[in-house]
Design a protein around this ligand. Structure first.
Ligand SMILES: [Cu+2]
Length: 167
């Protein structure tokens, strides 16, 4: 074997490694960006969802901006069955979808025909012994300075009625 042959073998091995990783390696989930008491991710819609695997935190309102770079019927709708959410996506535009991932686990989403798919991986916010995340606590003043104010957040904390009067 001369050096050129050895180089060819090494390149070949490297290429097979890359191909093997590409097809059989672990799929890397894209983590949503944490913005205080909100997490956001942009998903490009073009023949599929990119990223199609999104890692989010449990209990933090999630905003998904679907950037749809195509027209046509297939991806004109996105459906999150587990969140009872069904939204039409405008062609060549961005559509914002908001939901609260209140349960940990994996939840699929798909086009209206259930042909193209993506998944949300909701990670439990409590690791082990239930300490609430420090960032969520620090941002107690929720950033509700948006015009319109159509944020739907289940933030009503009911206090038990005060049954006692002072006498
Ligand atoms: Cu479709």
């Amino acid at each position: 074997m001369n050096p050129a042959d050895i180089a060819v073998v090494i390149v070949g091995l490297g290429l097979s490694g890359i191909l093997g990783w590409f097809f059989f390696g672990p799929k890397k989930a894209h983590a949503a960006t944490q913005l205080g008491n909100l997490q956001e991710v942009t998903v490009t819609v073009k023949g599929g969802y990119s990223p199609d695997l999104v890692r989010v935190r449990q209990g933090v309102p999630l905003r998904i901006v679907f950037d749809r770079q195509e027209s046509g019927e297939c991806t004109s709708r996105v459906v999150f069955p587990d969140f009872a959410l069904n939204r039409s996506l405008s062609a060549y535009g961005q559509t914002t979808v908001e939901l609260l991932p209140d349960r940990a686990g994996e939840f699929g989403f798909a086009c209206g025909m259930n042909m193209v798919h993506g998944r949300l991986i909701v990670e439990s916010s409590t690791n082990g012994h239930g300490a609430p995340s420090a960032t969520a606590r620090a941002n107690d003043s929720s950033p509700s300075s948006e015009p319109g104010g159509t944020n739907e957040q289940p933030d009503e904390v009911r206090r038990p009625p005060d049954g006692r009067t002072q006498g």
